[in-house]
Design a binder for this molecule. Sequence first.
Ligand SMILES: *Cc1c(COP(=O)(O)O)cnc(C)c1O
Length: 506
Amino acid sequence: MIPLFKVYMDDSVETEVPKTLLSGMITQSTKVEEFEKELKIVMDHPYILTLNSATSGLTLGLRLLDLSPGDEVLCTPMTCFATTASVLANNLSIKWVDVDPSTCNMDLDDLKNKITSKTKAILCVHWGGSPIDIDRLKHIACDIPIVEDCAHAWGSRYKNRHVGTTGNIGVFSFQAIKHLTTGDGGLISLPTKELYDRAKKLRWYGIDRDERSKGDFRLEKSITEWGYKFHMNDIDATIGLCNLDGSLENVKRHMDNASFYTKELSDIKGVECVKKIPNSESSFWIFSIKIKGKNGFIKWMKSKDVMVSQVHKRNDLNKCTEQFSDTTLVNTSRLEKELVCIPCGWWVSDNDRCRIVYLIREWCDMYLQLKIKKLTPDRLHEYVDLLSHFNTADYLDCKNSIVYDEIWCAVLNNKIVASSKLLIEDKIFRRVGHIEDVIVHPDYRGMGFGKQIVTHAINESQRLNCYKAVLTCAYRLSDFYTSCGMENKELGFEIRFPIQKRKREE
Ligand SMILES: *Cc1c(COP(=O)(O)O)cnc(C)c1O
């Protein structure tokens, strides 16, 4: 199995971590100091603070902006839920900004349209590590403060500076599967000394720990501003110190795999790589593609032992963000239909990446050549075999009752993988399309073919001037038909009789 994520742990933890564990100082102390010193060098930025997670960092970052409850933050919906949780944790309200489907980052044109006098902050992400256009973002924002979620972007650069150090608040994650891990952990980078000093206190209840040693060493002066317990501890910092150099080496391999994919996938029809902007370097924590038949692709890759995933679900459709719902995020909806990330990390070998490209090519060729056509007599046996997968007995002797004109088959590699019957009924005033006998061959389920055959029947009904297309189905299929664009409408009534063997009137 080629995994999509893998925890990187340098061998040196085996000797270094026990030392810290037995040192008598395991919470924030000298190891944290040492780790921060190293991080400042790597990031070429003096105002950084380690924390226990990026979620804490985002929460702290927004807190530093001194907003009032209910103030409006412009947010990208395509991110880890941590981003959104930090806004909710600060009692702020969310206005969603659509995404740019070519980068998966916040769409700056939409951002521009959505800024009003109510906008108090902007919260963006560098999707997959690919920097958002920071100069343009800052230009559009004017003096509205920006918090950058850089959780994917350890090692990413924008105009030759480390992402997150270009004048905004930046937050990084050192969670298990991120480029650089401390087990769990995070980092906040601040644009000014003032914010740095304040954040340093707020990560530890609001206490200035350097001031504590005078008098009774356990007691602190009056706390001016309450803070959190968001600091990193020495155990995690030790892990971070061990992993730091390796993480930077690993980023290079992520980048190399990504440029391989960008080149090799460019001429395959049916797939498109998510792009990065000029003047930037992405650390490619994940490599995102847009592919036809995404859900089928995910399942198919799994059957070939390659893990792929969309990684983050859009945040705006959660129950807890219902009150901020925005139905106009067209590109987000469109993107989610095709977005999937493929393995591109340091563990992906030359062989692995060639195989992944090969599989993508195979999928696209297969998917794009799927043909939906009417049943012809030469395929009758195959069609009847397919129907035998319905677990109701009354399909067994159906050959004579088939009307070729009503049966649509999805044919892949000269094999019927799905079919449906579409019966057009002329009522007294209007026409109705009845979709019946939808079936997907068991070897091809969950790959999107059922959806294609149903969508075809729906489109065909419309083309033939029906005013609606209808079907009845088992309750468990209701999500499937909803995903095809149908709606559960009105009530169906029926009365069932004992099954009789069908007698044909010749
Ligand atoms: C991982 C991640 C986070 C959360 O990081 P933690 O350190 O686990 O809190 C936040 N935002 C994004 C985009 C992430 O990928």
